[in-house]
Design a protein around this ligand. Structure first.
Ligand code: HEC
Ligand code: HEC
Length: 289
């Protein structure tokens, strides 16, 4: 490295004295535009410190003359959002489910709220698309255990099925096998008969015996013809839709042990306005009656 200033032969510019592999650095002044941009940034930052919160102090931070706080801004946004919703929520609270359904604006709001609440609270059991899975009913079809009218769905969601709530929906199919009400052979016959209701072929003699068992032990809940009784939560056995499986052994297990599926109650956990929105959402999925 050279000690004293040196002038570059080609450009006539002074070098900085730094050299790498024979290439020397020229000591050109910074371009004007660059310098001005730099000064403007310095001034900007000073103004920014004055106006906005900037420096941490021992007890907090400098607030800046505008006193801006993102936390406050979010709070204000949330409050504005709540105020905008309040009009709808009050209307939903004060209206009957049928009236909400007849009001497109209110209905749009209710369905959006219901959809979100469904994803948060119901999807873990009923599936994101409410498609259900074994033991957890599909809520898109019109095969209802407890009925698919607005009021029936509302009651199911609010009070639950076989829960600890005083007003819970309650209906227990006897454990025909476990409690030795029927012989294993009778259970097999009953299963064959039940399966024949949805057109499954089987041994005719067994089906005939099963028909008699059914008339004695099952028709009070599932109906004379097997089409189910919603007031008792007893499913239709004539359709080919099975909550607990369609194989012979699935149906026999249902008869042997009863199933007693539990649907939590939401009264006390979700407010009534939200339960109404959920009801309207579930009702709108396709199976609403
Ligand atoms: C812990 C699991 C679970 C959660 C969470 C759950 N459900 Fe259920 N739900 C069930 C089960 C199980 C049944 C069927 C009970 C039975 O076998 O009778 C059911 C039944 C229902 C029914 C009656 C269906 C019919 O055919 O009559 C509706 C409506 C329903 N649920 C809606 C909801 C909504 C809305 C939510 C969320 C707020 C929800 N469920 C959350 C488990 C759950
Ligand atoms: C006290 C009423 C009651 C009686 C009596 C009753 N059931 Fe049920 N049954 C129900 C209920 C309620 C369910 C739904 C259980 C659940 O959701 O967890 C059900 C479910 C079933 C299922 C499961 C259906 C599916 O979709 O997977 C079958 C099969 C069945 N019952 C057959 C019978 C047969 C056969 C008899 C007579 C031997 C009988 N039940 C008697 C109330 C009854």
């Amino acid at each position: 490295m050279a000690e004293k200033t040196e002038i570059d032969d080609v450009t006539g510019v002074e070098t900085t004295g730094h050299e790498w592999d024979g290439i020397k650095e020229l000591n050109n002044p910074l371009p004007r535009w660059w310098l001005w941009t730099f000064y403007v940034c310095v001034i900007w930052s000073v103004l920014y410190w004055i106006v906005y919160p900037a420096w941490p102090t021992m007890t907090g931070y400098t607030k800046g003359i505008w006193g801006y706080s993102q936390r406050q801004a979010v709070k204000a946004d949330l409050a504005a959002g709540k105020a905008a919703q309040a009009k709808f929520l009050t209307a939903i609270e004060a209206s009957e489910l049928d009236d909400i359904r007849g009001n497109p604006e209110l209905m749009r709001f209710a369905l959006a709220g219901g959809r979100t609440a469904f994803a948060d609270n119901c999807a873990p059991c009923h599936g994101r698309g409410a498609e259900g899975t074994r033991g957890y009913p599909n809520l898109n079809d019109d095969d209802w255990l407890w009925g698919g009218s607005l009021s029936a769905i509302y009651e199911t969601i609010r009070y639950g099925i076989r829960t600890t709530h005083d007003d819970t929906r309650l209906s227990d199919m006897p454990k025909f096998g476990a409690d030795e009400i029927l012989e294993p052979g009778q259970i097999k016959d009953a299963a064959n008969f039940v399966l024949s209701l949805s057109g499954r072929p089987g041994d005719a003699a067994s089906i005939a015996r099963g028909k008699a068992v059914y008339a004695d032990h099952c028709s009070t809940c599932h109906g004379e013809d097997g089409s189910g009784i919603a007031a008792l939560g007893a499913p239709n056995l004539k359709d080919a839709l099975w909550l607990f499986g369609s194989r012979q052994e699935d149906v026999e297990t249902s008869i042997r042990t009863g199933r007693g599926g539990v649907m939590p109650h939401w009264d006390g956990r979700l407010d009534d306005t939200l339960i109404k929105q959920l009801t309207l959402f579930v009702h709108s999925l396709g199976g609403g009656q």
